[in-house]
Design a binder for this molecule. Structure first.
Ligand SMILES: NC(=[NH2+])NCCC[C@H](N)C(=O)O
Length: 383
C-alpha cells in the first residue's frame, strides 16, 4: 500500500486519504500509523487547549498571577509566533502542529493579559486611586509634616484596625522606604517575584498602608519603574514579534501558503521555505526551552510553588509527549525527523524541565510540608 501510494499520482493519493481529516485538517492520513499520529496530535491539541485553564482559575481565585513567572508566559508568546510562522514555512510539520500552536497561542495570550491585569494594571489603578484620594486629603493639611511622623504609624482608621501581620508590613514598608530600597510593589515582574502570599501581603499593605508618607514615596517610585519596565518589555516583545516579518521567507509565505496546506507534500513548497521554516523552528526551540528556567528559578528563590497550578505542567507534559509521539509515529525517516528536529528537541527538553517542576511541587508541597516562607524572606525575594 505504502509503495503503491508513493508511486500514485497526486489525485490518487488524495482519494486514499481519510476524507474528513483531509477536508478539515488538510492532512492526508491513509494508513494506521497516520491515524495513530493524527490521534496523538489531537490529544496534544486537547491537552494544550486545557493546560492553561487551571492556572487561569488559580489566578482568578487568588486575584494574583504571582505564582507563575511572567517570563515563562512571555517566552511562550514569543516562541509561539516563531512556531506559527515556522510551521507555515516548514512543509514537513504536521497540520495538527500548526493548529495546536494556534490554540495555545490564544490561551497563553489570555493568561498573560490576566496576569498583567492582576499584577500590573489593577495595582497601578489602585495606586493611582489612592494617590488621587491622598492628594485630596493633603489639600486640607499643613504643608510641612514633622519628621517624627515618619517614624510612627499614622493613626488612620485603616491602621488602627490593621492586623499584626499587616503591622509588620507597615513598619517594613517604612523602613524600606527610608533606606531607599524598592518596596514590595517594585518587585520584578519577570522571574524573581514575590509569592502569592507576599502578593496578598502587598495588597494588605497597599490597602491599609496607603496613608503613610512611605507609601506615597513608594507609589511614585513604583510608577516610574513600572512605566519604564513596560516600555522595555514592549520593545523586547515588539522586536521579537516583528522579526519574522522582516524575513524574505515570510514575504514568500503568502505565495507558499496560498495554495493551502496540502497533505504533507514537500514538493508543493519550495526548499527555500524549508530553510527559513527550520531556522524559525530553532529560534522557537531555544526560546521555549529557556522559558522554563525563570519558573524553576522563581520556585527555588521563593522556596515555594504557591499560586502555581501543577495541572498546567501536567497537561503541558502530556501535550509535549503526545506531540513527540505524533511526529515520530508518522515516520522515522531522517528527512522528516531532521526537518522536525527543533520541534522534537524542544518538546523533549520541555518534558524533562516539566518533570523537574513537578519534582519541585513534590519537594515544596509535601517534603517541606507546604511551609510558606517567612515574611522577611518574601521581602528578600522582591529585591
Ligand atoms: N503558549 C504555549 N503554551 N506554547 C506552547 C509551548 C510548547 C513548548 N514545547 C513548551 O512546552 O514550552
Amino acid at each position: 500500500m505504502a509503495k503503491s501510494l508513493a508511486m500514485a499520482s497526486y489525485s490518487e493519493k488524495q482519494r486514499a486519504c481519510v476524507g474528513w481529516i483531509n477536508k478539515y485538517f488538510n492532512d492526508c492520513v491513509w494508513n494506521l500509523s497516520g491515524e495513530i499520529s493524527f490521534g496523538l496530535g489531537m490529544i496534544s491539541l486537547l491537552c494544550w487547549g486545557m493546560a492553561e485553564i487551571p492556572q487561569l482559575i488559580t489566578n482568578f481565585q487568588t486575584k494574583s498571577g504571582h505564582g507563575v513567572s511572567l517570563a515563562l508566559l512571555l517566552t511562550w508568546v514569543i516562541g509561539d509566533v516563531f512556531n506559527l510562522v515556522g510551521c507555515l514555512l516548514e512543509p514537513v510539520t504536521l497540520p495538527t502542529q500548526f493548529y495546536t500552536a494556534l490554540l495555545y497561542t490564544s490561551t497563553t495570550v489570555v493568561l498573560v493579559l490576566q496576569t498583567l491585569y492582576y499584577d500590573y494594571w489593577l495595582r497601578r489603578w489602585k495606586n493611582s486611586c489612592f494617590d488621587a484620594s491622598l492628594e485630596e486629603e493633603d489639600e486640607g493639611k499643613p504643608l510641612n509634616p514633622k519628621v517624627e511622623d515618619l517614624s510612627r504609624p499614622i493613626p488612620t482608621a485603616a491602621v488602627a484596625k490593621a492586623s499584626p501581620r499587616t503591622d509588620v508590613y507597615y513598619t517594613s514598608a517604612r523602613s524600606l522606604a527610608s533606606s531607599g530600597t524598592p518596596s514590595c510593589g517594585g518587585a520584578s515582574y519577570l522571574g524573581v517575584r514575590s509569592g502569592p502570599s507576599a502578593g496578598l501581603a502587598f495588597h494588605d499593605s497597599s490597602s491599609e498602608d496607603e496613608g503613610s508618607p512611605a507609601h506615597r514615596h513608594g507609589a511614585a517610585a513604583r510608577k516610574k519603574t513600572t512605566v519604564s519596565r513596560s516600555v522595555s518589555y514592549g520593545t523586547f516583545v515588539a522586536g521579537f514579534v516583528g522579526l519574522p516579518y522582516q524575513t524574505k521567507a515570510f514575504r514568500e509565505m503568502n505565495i507558499i501558503s496560498s495554495g493551502g496546506r496540502t497533505l504533507q507534500n514537500a514538493e508543493v513548497k519550495p526548499l527555500e521555505g524549508n530553510f527559513y521554516g527550520l531556522l524559525l523552528g530553532w529560534v522557537m526551540a531555544a526560546i521555549y526551552m529557556g522559558g522554563r528556567l525563570p519558573q524553576i528559578y522563581l520556585n527555588m528563590k521563593r522556596g515555594s510553588v504557591e499560586g502555581l497550578n501543577p495541572l498546567m505542567f501536567m497537561f503541558a507534559l502530556a501535550a509535549n509527549a503526545t506531540y513527540v509521539g505524533s511526529i515520530l509515529v508518522r515516520s522515522v525517516e531522517w528527512e522528516r525527523v531532521g526537518a522536525n528536529a527543533p520541534w522534537l528537541l524542544d518538546a523533549i527538553v520541555c518534558i524533562l524541565l516539566d518533570l523537574l517542576i513537578m519534582m519541585q511541587f513534590g519537594y515544596y508541597k509535601f517534603l517541606r510540608g507546604g511551609e510558606a516562607c517567612t515574611e522577611d524572606e518574601h521581602d528578600d525575594f522582591t529585591h
